[in-house]
Design a protein around this ligand. Structure first.
Ligand code: PLP
Length: 394
């Protein structure tokens, strides 16, 4: 028997990827499974972005680049932070990585030690707790259910912060809940954070652009409280806004010392992100932004359809969101009504095997009794999936 590291045994594979894999398996076996598990837009990468990459290949831009990203892409990121977020960064405050996932991974490896605590509001993006565990630190989960719009309160934050807190994670708009903190809510949280100067803050703005117009403009913690900037990492990427999940480009802006440490981690793991993807990301950030609006309109229409239909089903309650391409209905009532399932994990299993609908159980995000439905699929697929779920609920 081959002994695996204690480190790898402390974590689990991404649950969202597992559901997508199971749906693919069933489909390959000839079953009609509608996938509502995807964590990526169903749109193609815009043509001008693909064209930039093709030209980069033709021009022979296919070699190592600087570990932390090409100067051109870093310039585009700095301009983006100025334009969209009113933030001014110098080049040594920017790190380009292989997706937003690697940005957070680098951060965890760069700042966390055993004994450190990381505050993570739940429901959370599946990877935060496991990346914290891989760094040897302890995730401190703060539960925020539908009754509080899935957002943590200042009192909850104060209750969990301590001298051991090394990092606080804010993800708004949120995967999986689709909720975004308002400027007032962020201000209230930052008043608590001011009392704990040792804690770094990570604001994960990955879904910044997927925010309904009525909820715009986007604000993050450092927009409302610039005094927190010296200890805040702003994480973002091109994956979701430009439908570029496969290109693997994420980026971080923050204090130069932390960015430098993250770069050191990256230099001893992946080195630079793919040269071609960096050119594509630059085209995304510098090119026309109309593609985002087109996606947003489609997502909002689907959101309205799905929220309305779900709420008409017995045992399901679904809050309208502020953005993203997820909704996070409470399904506990349905679980209670069905004799054959005991919890959200069994419900997800039942739906995929018996009804041909793949969604991700809330437990994967730290919130049992809920489910995440991705609306990043065609309206037709959504209508058919909703009919199937309604049949189970009836
Ligand atoms: N942050 C959040 C909240 C996400 O939902 C995701 C992707 O699912 C990421 C970061 C990472 O994105 P990627 O590594 O694909 O750029």
């Amino acid at each position: 028997i081959i002994k695996l590291s204690n480190r790898v045994q402390s974590v689990k594979p991404s649950a969202t990827l597992a559901i997508t894999a199971r749906a693919r398996e069933l489909r390959a076996a000839g079953q009609d499974v509608i996938g509502l598990g995807a964590g990526e837009p169903d749109f193609d990468t815009p043509a001008h972005i693909k064209q930039a990459a093709i030209e980069a290949i033709d021009a022979g831009f296919t070699k190592y680049t600087a570990v932390d990203g090409t100067p051109e892409l870093k310039r585009a990121i700095i301009a983006k932070f100025q334009r969209d977020n009113g933030l001014d960064y110098a080049p040594e405050q920017i790190l380009v990585s292989c997706g937003g996932k690697q940005s957070f991974y680098n951060l965890a490896q760069a700042v966390l030690d055993p004994g450190d605590e990381v505050v993570i509001p739940a429901p959370y993006w599946v990877s935060y707790p496991d990346m914290v565990l891989l760094a040897g630190a302890a995730p401190m989960l703060v539960q925020a259910g539908a009754e509080q719009q899935f957002k943590i309160t200042p009192n909850q934050l104060r209750g969990v912060l301590s001298e051991k807190t090394r990092l606080v994670v804010i993800n708004s708009p949120s995967n999986p809940t689709g909720m975004a903190y308002t400027a007032e809510e962020l201000t209230a949280l930052s008043e608590v954070l001011r009392d704990f100067p040792r804690a770094l803050i990570a604001t994960d703005d990955m879904y910044e652009h997927i925010l309904w117009p009525a909820r715009a403009p986007f604000v993050n913690l450092v927009n409302v409280c610039p005094d927190l900037l010296p200890r805040t990492l702003v994480l973002n990427g091109v994956s979701k806004a430009y439908s570029m999940t496969g290109w693997r480009i994420g980026y971080a802006g923050g204090p130069a010392s932390v960015i430098k440490a993250m770069k050191t981690i990256q230099s001893q793991s992946t080195s630079n992100p793919t040269s071609i993807s960096q050119v594509a990301a630059q085209a995304a950030l510098e090119g026309p932004q109309g593609c985002i609006g087109e996606m947003l309109t489609a997502f909002k229409e689907r959101h309205d359809l799905v929220v309305e239909r779900l709420n008409a089903m017995a045992g399901i309650e679904c809050l309208p969101t502020d953005g993203t391409f997820y909704v996070f209905p409470k399904v506990q009532g349905l679980i209670d009504r069905l004799d054959v399932v005991r919890d959200d994990l069994e419900l997800a299993e039942y739906l995929i095997e018996q009804a041909g609908v793949a969604l991700v159980p809330g437990s994967a995000f730290g919130s049992p009794g809920y489910a995440r439905i991705s609306i990043a699929t065609s309206r037709d697929n959504l209508e058919r999936a909703l009919e199937r779920i309604a049949a189970v609920a009836a």
